[in-house]
Design a protein around this ligand. Structure first.
Ligand SMILES: Nc1ncnc2c1ncn2[C@@H]1O[C@H](COP(=O)(O)OP(=O)(O)O)[C@@H](O)[C@H]1O
Ligand SMILES: [Mg+2]
Length: 255
């Protein structure tokens, strides 16, 4: 087994009397795509909010690359390379695709803001560097030819791809994808599945994906963890999960 990149140890988070995440142990291995699935209300988004520092756990630990990051602020977690994808709602719809990327770079280099304000040489240099990197990422994601399009005119699938491109601008070691295939037609789903695979393989980025589209999850993920009522009920390779009775019950019991 390869090195653990992220470890959740006995993680718990309650909202009043409701235990949203309950004694969760989970290992994400370096270089893998791990699917995190479970019925609505199972606790998946809460797990993301715990990892990314939006919530603090009631108890338990979060270890990233050997470092205890439990209780760190979201910006501190992001600085370590754990990046959550932008929701497409947070794109600037009236800006072009490229300008959305540039805004992302500027927001993320706030430390360099005053330096760039005070030194126009530095600023020009940095602008050029951002532009080059932004175009590289857009090309890698297959939307380079759309760089001058207004974001509002993009089909849904391309807007989600742009959200992913913006996440890549932050230089992630680990990406947390929350339902990246929602609202996509079958063709967009196939394209997105291959893009995510490409990010994983060619950039070596470890990925957790929360997604309801089971066919896509089975095709995309190396391993899958299933949670229900905040507890892990199964874990393993896709073929193992497909045949797991507790999983089938959790899903059939849902509707
Ligand atoms: N901020 C919150 N306040 C109160 N209850 C919450 C909050 N966030 C989530 N919950 C509850 O915690 C449980 C897990 O929610 P969530 O993590 O969003 O599940 P999932 O993403 O798997 O659908 C649900 O019962 C949900 O209603
Ligand atoms: Mg959710």
């Amino acid at each position: 087994m390869t090195n653990p990149m992220l470890e959740l140890v006995g993680l718990r988070k309650n909202f009043g009397g409701l235990m949203a995440v309950d004694e969760l142990d989970l290992v994400v291995r370096s270089g893998e795509i791990l699917g995190l699935i479970g019925p609505n209300g199972a606790g998946k988004t809460t797990v993301y909010n715990l990892i990314s520092g939006i919530y603090k756990p009631a108890s338990g630990k979060i270890i990233f690359q050997g470092e205890n990051i439990t209780g760190l602020r979201p910006d501190q977690v992001a600085n370590r390379g754990v990046i959550r994808t932008f929701q497409i709602a947070s794109l600037f719809k009236e800006l072009s695709v490229l300008d959305n990327m540039l805004v992302a770079f500027h927001l993320q280099s706030r430390a360099g803001f005053w330096r760039s304000m005070l030194n126009s040489n530095y600023s020009r240099h940095e602008e050029k560097r951002f532009r080059k990197r932004a175009l590289e990422i857009l090309d890698f994601m297959g939307i380079g030819s759309l760089k001058h399009e207004h974001t509002i005119n993009l089909p849904h699938g391309h807007q989600v791809t742009l959200g992913l491109a913006i996440a890549l601008a932050a230089n992630p070691r680990m990406l947390l994808l929350d339902e990246p295939l929602t609202g996509m037609n079958p063709e967009e789903v196939n394209t997105m599945v291959s893009r995510v695979k490409q990010i994983n393989q060619e950039q070596g980025i470890t990925i957790i994906v929360v997604e309801h589209n089971m066919r896509a999850v089975m095709e995309l993920c190396h391993r899958i963890a299933v949670i229900n009522f905040g507890k892990k009920i199964a874990e393993g390779v896709p073929d193992h999960i497909r045949q797991n009775h507790a999983v089938i019950e959790a899903y059939l019991g849902e509707s």
